[in-house]
Design a protein around this ligand. Structure first.
Ligand SMILES: CC(C)(COP(=O)(O)OP(=O)(O)OC[C@H]1O[C@@H](n2cnc3c(N)ncnc32)[C@H](O)[C@@H]1OP(=O)(O)O)[C@@H](O)C(=O)NCCC(=O)NCCS
Length: 147
C-alpha cells in the first residue's frame, strides 16, 4: 500500500508524537506532547502526515504562519516548523510531497513566501531544501546567558 499525504487528525496524535520524538530525541516527551491538540485546532497551523492508515504514519511536516521569515519580503510567511521522514522511507519523495502540501496550505492562507531553517551540520536537510527551490539566505549562531 502506498502512502497518502493528508492533514493530521486527533486520531493520528500517537503516531505523530512518535515521529516528533524521532526528530527531537533529546526533547522531553512532556514538551513534545503538551500542545498537540492546540496545534490541530489552530487555524494558522497545519500538520500533514504521510500515512498508510491511522496506525502507520511514515512522515510528517508542521507548518505555520510567522510574521517574519529571514530573507523574505512579505508578511505573513508560511514557515516549516518541523519536517521528518522515517529513515527507511527516505529518498522516495515523501519529504517533497509533504513540503508541497505545506506550501499549498500557506498559499491558501494568502502567503507569497515560504521560509524554513535547519541545523548547520544537517547536510541532507540543506540539500533537500535546495532541491525543493529554497535558497540559503542566512547562517545564525544562537547564544544564551543565565541571569
Ligand atoms: C530532510 C528529509 C525530511 C528529506 O526527506 P526525503 O523524503 O528523504 O526527501 P525526498 O525523497 O522527498 O527528497 C527531496 C529532494 O531532496 C533530495 N535529497 C533528500 N535527501 C537527500 C540527501 N540525503 N542527500 C542529497 N539529496 C537529498 C532528493 O534528491 C530530492 O531531490 P529531487 O526531487 O530533485 O531528486 C529527511 O531526510 C529527514 O527526515 N531527515 C531527518 C530530519 C530532518 O533533518 N528534518 C529536517 C529538519 S528542517
Amino acid at each position: 500500500m502506498s502512502f497518502t499525504i493528508r492533514r493530521a487528525t486527533h486520531e493520528d496524535k500517537w503516531g505523530w508524537l512518535q515521529l516528533r520524538q524521532r526528530l527531537w530525541p533529546d526533547a522531553p516527551i512532556e514538551y513534545l506532547s503538551f500542545d498537540l491538540d492546540d496545534k490541530l485546532a489552530d487555524p494558522d497551523y497545519a500538520v500533514f502526515v504521510a500515512s498508510r492508515g491511522v496506525e502507520d504514519l511514515g512522515a510528517f511536516v508542521e507548518t505555520g504562519l510567522r510574521d517574519h521569515g529571514e530573507g523574505c519580503e512579505t508578511s505573513p510567511v508560511g514557515y516549516i516548523e518541523a519536517w521528518y521522514v522515517a529513515e527507511h522511507l527516505r529518498g522516495q519523495k515523501l519529504g517533497r510531497e509533504l513540503i508541497l502540501a505545506a506550501e499549498g496550505w500557506a498559499r491558501e492562507k494568502g502567503c507569497r513566501e515560504m521560509a524554513s531553517d535547519t541545523w548547520l551540520e544537517n547536510e541532507a536537510s540543506i540539500t533537500a531544501h535546495l532541491k525543493l527551490g529554497y535558497v540559503e539566505v542566512e547562517r545564525l549562531v544562537h547564544f544564551a546567558k543565565r541571569l
